[in-house]
Write a protein that binds this ligand. Structure first.
Ligand SMILES: Cc1cc2nc3c(=O)[nH]c(=O)nc-3n(C[C@H](O)[C@H](O)[C@H](O)COP(=O)(O)OP(=O)(O)OC[C@H]3O[C@@H](n4cnc5c(N)ncnc54)[C@H](O)[C@@H]3O)c2cc1C
Ligand code: SF4
Length: 506
């Protein structure tokens, strides 16, 4: 007879997770499950499947070595759902109580809420305190505010956790935000960027690669070469490499994009953070220990983890389940097939999509200003965009993916998360990258044959949604330009857009 059965999900691979905190090796057991539905609810990238299964198997082996009793259900002989597998395992272990840390996703929480009734066993769901801000704390903050601005939230977090705050309680360096200094394009003769750390698959990972090849061959993306860390120790090595070689230059080039540089100075740590191989506090501590580093880079990076990541999670739990249904612009177009194949003549899109197919990774500006921007100005239905982002990135979990997609990228929430839609024309892409020089389309051309689709789709987006956006003070310049636009120009924009959108929908 088991006292407590502690369920650990694939994104809870931290030994300090709350469900294991009072674990007693003699009486309690751990249950880890690879179940069918979790692999198929979207068309997950093959590398993402390998990452999660391999990290789970390593985590379980490590626990066993330390004397924990672990029941591990592998995908080849597991059930369809967590609930079915849990029922099966409870028949054998007969636990008095089930403990599971608050899950990352709303969908899973709804499943857990039914367990007590089905199993007739008490269920305890402690908070996931790997985050700096609890769900309750965010709720209190949100209830006290008219607008849920990330900047206000971030400043509160900096003060509360005393991060980059001087002895007088003021922000270090004198400012809260160094974004203006962090918008550089990568210069032509920029020195070679240090490579990110690639990890060689071990025996466990190779076995998972074989399993995924057999069972998930139709899933999205390239499986090999597989180079992700799958253990806590290896993820720490990746963190150390980033802090040593790339953190200093993270700030200035965080918005840059370049054809042959997939990672630039980004940390490539989100996939490890999101499954628990690294903890946000550990990452912030490591970064703050680094000496002689510019405030632009350190603040720019801290803002991502202590600001954006925590804020996004707060917004998710504050607004679910309604958030996933939002579609402010009533966008209805289908996601073009090239999002899955990478086959398009738009060089910026081709680069970001092929990189996604190869590595299940694209950095933030590629996701927001290329693939995301295109889906916004092409009027693609938010649910389809959301499903794509949830499938193709190794770090994609709904709590972080959904607000980034529906809120930040598509403005489908009507402005809960952002103050204006992040729509941009080819001009922005040309300013921040070297994609346009090798493109079939002409970025300088506004309309007609060979003109850059981002140019006319940009204006078409504002013309189509004029009524919903014209009063937004942050879009004053856009609409004052529209007012000056001739009827012929408007007609040309609409015609070019219609023609292009109908071509890509075929
Ligand atoms: C449409 C869209 C979808 C996205 N989907 C996801 C997703 O599914 N999972 C995910 O982790 N991030 C997502 N992001 C946020 C961001 O793009 C990724 O976290 C980042 O690109 C990961 O790469 P990195 O580790 O090199 O990040 P870095 O640029 O090195 O940033 C450091 C860390 O900050 C955090 N971070 C930065 N920006 C954000 C943000 N906007 N929201 C939350 N955390 C942030 C991440 O943990 C990241 O590892 C999405 C962004 C957009 C625009
Ligand atoms: S010209 Fe337009 S489509 Fe081509 S790379 Fe530049 S922005 Fe993208």
């Amino acid at each position: 007879m088991t006292e407590n059965l502690c369920v650990v999900f694939g994104d809870q691979l931290s030994q300090n997770i709350t469900s294991l905190r009072n674990f007693r090796k003699k009486q309690d057991k751990i249950l880890m499950m690879e179940v069918v539905n979790e692999t198929t609810y979207v068309n997950h990238h093959k590398k993402k499947l390998v990452l999660i299964f391999s990290a789970m198997r390593h985590f379980s082996e490590n626990l066993k070595k330390q004397g924990y009793s672990v029941i591990y259900s592998k995908i080849n002989n597991s059930s369809n759902t967590f609930t079915e597998e849990l029922i099966k395992q409870c028949k054998v272990t007969k636990p008095k109580k089930i403990i599971v840390t608050h899950p990352g996703e709303y969908r899973v929480l709804q499943e857990i809420k039914k367990w007590e009734k089905i199993l007739k066993i008490p269920i305890s769901v402690p908070d996931d305190d790997r985050f700096f801000c609890s769900i309750d704390e965010f709720e209190k903050w949100a209830d006290s505010k008219k607008e849920l601005k990330m900047e206000t939230f971030y400043q509160m977090m900096r003060k509360k956790h005393h991060v980059l705050i001087d002895e007088n309680g003021k922000p270090k360096g004198g400012k809260w935000n160094y974004d203006v200094k962090n918008r550089k394009r990568l210069p032509k003769n920029h020195p070679k960027i240090p490579n990110i750390l690639e990890h060689k698959p071990d025996k466990i990972t190779n076995q998972v690669i074989t399993d995924v090849k057999k069972k998930f061959s139709k899933h999205f993306g390239k499986l090999e070469p597989f180079w992700f860390a799958t253990t806590h120790e290896d993820a720490v090595k990746s963190l150390n490499e980033f802090v040593k070689n790339r953190l200093e230059t993270f700030g200035p080039y965080e918005d840059a994009m370049a054809q042959n540089e997939k990672f630039l100075y980004h940390s490539v740590l989100s996939m490890y953070l999101n499954i628990g191989l690294l903890e946000p506090k550990q990452v912030i501590d490591k970064v703050l220990q680094k000496k002689n580093i510019s405030i632009e880079s350190i603040e720019g990076f801290v803002r991502q983890i202590l600001g954006w990541r925590e804020y996004i999670r707060g917004i998710y739990w504050h607004t679910m389940p309604k958030y996933s249904e939002t579609n402010y612009f009533n966008a209805k177009n289908n996601l073009p097939k090239f999002y899955w194949t990478g086959k398009t003549e738009m060089n910026c899109m081709k680069n970001c999509l092929n990189q996604t197919i190869d590595d299940a990774y694209a950095h933030h500006i590629q996701r927001l200003m290329i693939t995301g921007n295109f889906s916004l100005i092409a009027g693609i239905e938010p649910k389809q965009v959301c499903e794509w982002y949830l499938s193709v990135y190794a770090d994609a979990f709904e709590w972080v993916e959904l607000p980034n997609t529906h809120g930040m990228t598509l403005y489908a929430d009507g402005g809960i998360l952002g103050t204006k839609p992040y729509a941009a024309s080819g001009n922005y892409i040309n300013k921040m990258s070297d994609y346009c020089k090798d493109c079939k389309y002409d970025v300088k051309k506004k309309e007609g044959d060979n003109s850059c689709p981002f140019n006319y789709l940009y204006w078409n987006f504002f013309l189509t949604n004029e009524k919903k956006l014209e009063k937004n003070p942050r879009l004053w310049t856009v609409f004052s330009n529209i007012k000056k636009m001739s009827q012929e120009r408007k007609k040309a924009i609409k015609n070019d857009s219609k023609k292009f959108l109908s071509q890509i929908s075929n």
